[in-house]
Design a binder for this molecule. Structure first.
Ligand SMILES: [Zn+2]
Length: 340
């Protein structure tokens, strides 16, 4: 698995879940050790082809209960991009039929379960698209291709999840959807067709649907009380931005934001460097005043403390010493001194 698109969360969902559940059991079984169950930080939604795939990937750990309050999501660039700006920059894209089925299944699940606002024309277009892709990949004609796409997306995780219902009809649908997933993994010719970028999409036609999904995912992530880890230098390299100033996070502030150096060895950076880049990005790129930028970085540092994964004892010690606050203030101050 060389990059995120080839190693999606659903492939690793079962071992992740076992780890998280085991850590909860251990913490509950040894109260005197004051252990915190494992928290997760999924790095997602940074190198998507279709914005919809990026939003879906960000949402999946929530739908599958791998992420919960107090956890972190890294990058999440799909959340910070405005759908209209994205569509203008990417009027036509070529994507993989497999991602298209999952994206349509995800949108239809939102539409069906939460009443996502889509007009009849949009739903019809998705239905035609799903029919075409499913027929092309699996050679079957589905009576309701939207439902089939939804069932395939819902059948990805091994665990039964919030949508799971008892009953033989439901079991039969899940088993049938799982057989499609198995064919992607086991049949070489099907897998190859599914993962070749052969599908052309005109993104402008989907703009209203994209906007509705974007708002919905943003809203639900905000309610879930997870922090977004912003990795300024790593985002610049993997996110396809022309400059550090372009990163959407410097222009929006609706979600709890923390700064992170991602993988310091790979990206040749440190946390202090990334604070400095963020400060410069805000002041030079989005016209905020130096004081505004410093305040936002101080808020990010406080947020890091709230979303730290250390034990409550260590957290209290850090708060008592004010370590992170002082560090952040120093780093932001250093950035200001290095600034223009
Ligand atoms: Zn990352």
């Amino acid at each position: 698995m060389d990059w995120e698109r080839n190693g999606p969360v659903w492939l690793f969902e079962a071992p992740f879940r076992r780890l998280i559940e085991a850590s909860r059991e251990i913490a509950a079984g040894h109260p005197r050790l004051n252990l915190r169950p494992l928290h997760t930080a999924f790095h997602l939604g940074e190198d998507f082809i279709h914005l919809l795939s990026g939003l879906r990937e960000i949402y999946e750990p929530f739908a599958w209960r791998l992420s919960r309050g107090g956890d972190r999501i890294g990058h999440a660039l799909a959340l910070g991009v405005s759908p209209s700006a994205w569509s203008e920059r990417n009027p036509w894209i070529r994507m993989r039929p497999w991602d298209r089925i999952l994206d349509i299944g995800f949108v239809y699940w939102f539409f069906d379960k939460f009443g996502l606002r889509l007009d009849a024309g949009e739903v019809e277009r998705m239905r035609l698209d799903a029919r075409r892709v499913i027929e092309n990949l699996f050679g079957t004609q589905e009576p309701d291709p939207l439902e089939t796409a939804r069932n395939i997306w819902c059948a990805l995780p091994q665990a039964r999840w919030e949508d799971a219902k008892n009953g033989s009809e439901h079991e039969a649908r899940v088993n049938r959807a799982r057989s499609f997933v198995a064919r992607i993994l086991d049949e070489r010719a099907v897998g190859r067709r599914a993962l070749s970028s052969s599908l052309s999409i005109q993104t402008k036609l989907e703009l209203p649907m994209l906007e509705a999904v974007h708002d919905f995912v943003h809203d639900r992530i905000a309610k879930a009380r997870v922090a977004i880890e912003v990795n300024p230098s790593s985002n610049l390299l993997v996110g396809g931005f022309r400059s550090i100033f372009e990163q959407p996070v410097f222009h929006t502030d609706k979600l709890p934001i923390i700064l992170n150096a991602d993988d310091p060895l790979t990206f040749g950076t440190t946390l202090a460097d990334d604070y400095a880049y963020a400060w410069a990005g805000m002041v030079l790129g989005s016209g905020q005043s130096p004081d505004q930028a410093t305040r936002r970085l101080e808020e990010a540092a406080r947020c890091s403390l709230r979303y730290t994964f250390t034990s409550s004892l260590e957290r209290r010690t850090l708060q008592a010493h004010g370590d992170l606050r002082e560090d952040a203030a120093t780093e932001a101050g250093a950035a200001r001194r290095r600034g223009p």
